[in-house]
Write a protein that binds this ligand. Structure first.
Ligand SMILES: [Mg+2]
Length: 249
């Protein structure tokens, strides 16, 4: 018997970056009457608040809802009338300092120290640190000219990998490099959810629009969960109605 239904957010519960539609809010309230519900997605908490938390109807039993921003490296639950962080796997100050030092050393070693920078170069998104080579306030023009073909960053990335073992280092926007812990995906988040909720993986199911090799929901299937692949939120509504019918007393 399933006790918890976990969902992807964008493309599954809502259109990309959009708030839940009203029928979806009602469907989640129906589902929360018969099961625990989790939502796991790459966005940070403000995005979850805007898309999900603030869109639920009054009657929804929020105490059975588990919200997992940044691919489950954060968990929010509803306690005493408000959404409360249960955990957030942030980089500690020592790691942040180490990352900053590694960037300086790396720029020096590769010969790509920029002539000028604008503002802070490190942006702390909690479980992700983004390094902007020219600084966060750099004018677009300067950014576009610094590394349009990723040539500098490929060299810096290779150098950084040596300096920062155990971290995942990827190129982001025009001048940026993103650093996260290695091995963070939805399987990782769902295991964290099992530990936090006490609900075993075989009592969970997962619904998402990207359950195929290379899709960001695929790790849930590889983890061994029962999964349902949906095309869009419309189809998710149909699947949810089926689950509610099977689970209600
Ligand atoms: Mg999706």
């Amino acid at each position: 018997m399933k006790q918890l239904v976990a969902f992807d957010l964008d493309g599954t519960l809502a259109e990309s970056k959009q708030p839940l539609g009203e029928p979806m809010g009602e469907a989640l309230a129906d589902l929360l009457d018969v099961a625990h519900v989790a939502v796991i997605s790459g966005g940070d908490w403000p995005q979850f608040d805007k898309q999900v938390a603030s869109r639920l109807p009054e009657r929804a039993d929020r105490t059975k809802l588990w919200l997992m921003p940044t691919t489950g490296t954060k968990l929010y639950t509803y306690k005493d009338g408000s959404w409360t962080p249960v955990y957030a796997e942030l980089f500690d100050d020592a790691t942040k300092a180490k990352i900053l030092e590694a960037f300086d050393a790396s720029l020096e070693a590769t010969g790509f120290v920029p002539e000028q920078t604008w503002g802070e170069r490190i942006e702390d998104r909690g479980s992700q640190i983004t390094f902007s080579a020219l600084g966060q306030q750099a004018p677009i023009d300067a950014k576009e000219h610094w590394d349009p073909k990723f040539e500098k960053r490929k060299v810096i990335q290779a150098d950084l990998k040596q300096r920062l073992p155990g971290l995942s280092i990827n190129m982001g926007g025009a001048t940026s490099i993103d650093i996260t812990r290695e091995g963070v995906d939805k399987a990782y988040g769902l295991k964290k959810l099992r530990d936090a909720s006490g609900i075993e993986l075989d009592a969970m199911m997962f619904i998402g629009d990207a359950i195929f090799p290379g899709g960001n929901d695929y790790p849930a299937k590889e983890l061994g969960l029962d999964t349902v692949r949906v095309r869009d939120p419309e189809e998710t509504l149909a699947v949810m109605a089926g689950i509610v019918a099977c689970l209600k007393k």
